[in-house]
Design a protein around this ligand. Structure first.
Ligand code: USQ
Length: 395
């Protein structure tokens, strides 16, 4: 069976992706250096519930399903470590069979510092974000060029690369007509944080790799993800993903639900007209899987916009209030001064058809879906810390 190597396999999306592929018969290897957990400890933001180590999670997964997910703990900014996965020099921290599984047909690259506020906290955290994200991307690019040129890289990018332009957002590319001649260019980018800027730079690196070395790469422009439970995490609650609700690592829907449960007024930044494309964590898994099943061609940088529907912050606050009130929480909404520098009222019209065309079936944020999330988060109500919900990391 095909071998999928997941870089950043401990994170909010990495671990559920590993289980998803493993459940479908793939050989799966996960790599991580616990960046996310360590950063959460460093800035003391906690998580909704404790997460077993990656090795423990792999053992639980094996015990419950009989499937193996090989685990390697290490830092992918070390080029030799990265190249080991393509040269058979891997020291697994856990496996059933410690033999090398072979060069992966697909690499899913999540191994980046994923938080916009973290990257804006101070120059050290910005430097860390820039060096980590670009070095990991570059190490992977060279490893694939030198050792596995047919391997398909699926890279997680972000919708935030485009910013909020006053024209429709296309899927990665824009045909420009200038003085009577036409050419397709990468869609103009205008990142809103230094983290988002690293994603723009990643895309440029990978576009270079495709032009110069004929690599095959899919770049997924993902919007903010919400959700907690996937088909696989239902097998055992210890398999649930890392769940952050703090200002730095939590994304908005997960934050709003947690706030509602703990009686903390929903933190709408500024006017609340900020509109983004959202998706359920279950759809992240589908999008990556469908991209794997129909890979990019050699010499193609294929870009998909990975969102299923758009909402403004005000709309998300209204849904959370409606569902929370129905469940007996008396939800308050509060517009607070926006710590970020971003447009609070703007045009937003992204295209997102490519992933649906290759077979993704969207889940939408219905009241029922949100109610389910409320129920899971409420199990951990006693763990919620109000002091981490808002800290005001300024841009
Ligand atoms: N927001 C609020 N109140 C909050 C939290 C957020 O009004 O309490 C607003 C933000 O100002 C922003 C929007 O909600 O306008 C989304 O914020 P977010 O924190 O959920 O997401 P963001 O910082 O944009 O980053 C997240 C992920 C990142 C991913 C990105 C996709 O952390 O990894 O790349 O979503 S996107 O937003 O499309 O760039």
């Amino acid at each position: 069976m095909a071998h999928v190597l997941i870089l950043g396999g401990d994170g909010y999306l990495g671990w559920p992706t590993a289980m998803y592929f493993s459940n479908r018969g793939y050989e799966v290897t996960v790599v991580d250096n616990y960046l996310r957990r360590n950063a959460c400890t460093e800035i003391d933001v906690g998580m909704l519930y404790p997460i077993p180590s990656l090795v423990e999670r792999a053992k639980i997964w094996h015990e419950k399903t009989g499937n193996e997910i090989k685990v390697a703990i290490g830092d992918l900014t070390d080029a030799e470590f990265t190249r080991g996965f393509f040269e058979g020099r891997v020291k697994y921290d856990w496996a059933i069979n410690y033999d090398f599984t072979g060069v992966p047909e697909t690499v899913v690259h999540y191994a980046e510092m994923p938080s916009a506020p973290y990257s804006m906290m101070d120059y050290k955290k910005s430097n860390f974000t820039i060096t980590n994200n670009l070095l990991v991307s570059s190490n992977l690019l060279f490893a694939v060029r030198d050792l596995a040129p047919d391997t398909h890289i699926i890279k997680l990018g972000t919708m935030g690369e485009y910013g909020t332009p006053n024209i429709d957002i296309e899927e990665g590319w824009l045909e420009v007509e200038h003085n009577g001649r036409k050419q397709k260019f990468l869609y103009p980018r205008a990142a809103g944080s230094l983290y988002h800027t690293t994603k723009v730079m990643d895309t440029d690196l990978y576009w270079f790799g495709v032009r110069m070395w004929n690599l095959r790469i899919t770049d997924l422009m993902q919007g903010p993800v919400y959700g907690i439970e996937t088909e696989e995490s239902k097998i055992d609650p210890r398999l649930r993903p890392i769940f952050n609700y703090d200002e730095v690592f939590g994304t908005i829907v997960n934050r709003f639900i947690t706030q509602a449960i703990n009686g903390y007024p929903l933190t709408v930044y500024g006017k609340g007209g900020q509109t983004r494309g959202y998706l359920n964590i279950k759809d992240t898994l589908q999008c990556v899987h469908m991209s794997e099943k129909s890979p990019a061609e050699k010499g193609e940088l294929r870009i998909f916009n990975q969102v299923m529907e758009t909402f403004s912050v005000n709309e998300l606050a209204d849904i959370t209030k409606r569902v929370g009130d129905k469940l007996g929480y008396n939800v308050e909404i509060k517009n607070i001064e926006n710590p970020r520098k971003e447009a609070e009222e703007h045009y937003y019209n992204p295209t997102y058809q490519g992933l649906i065309n290759i077979g993704v079936e969207p889940h939408y944020l219905t009241d029922e879906v949100m109610e389910e999330m409320f129920k899971v988060v409420a199990e951990y109500k006693d763990n919620i810390r109000n002091d981490v919900i808002f800290r005001g990391v300024k841009w």
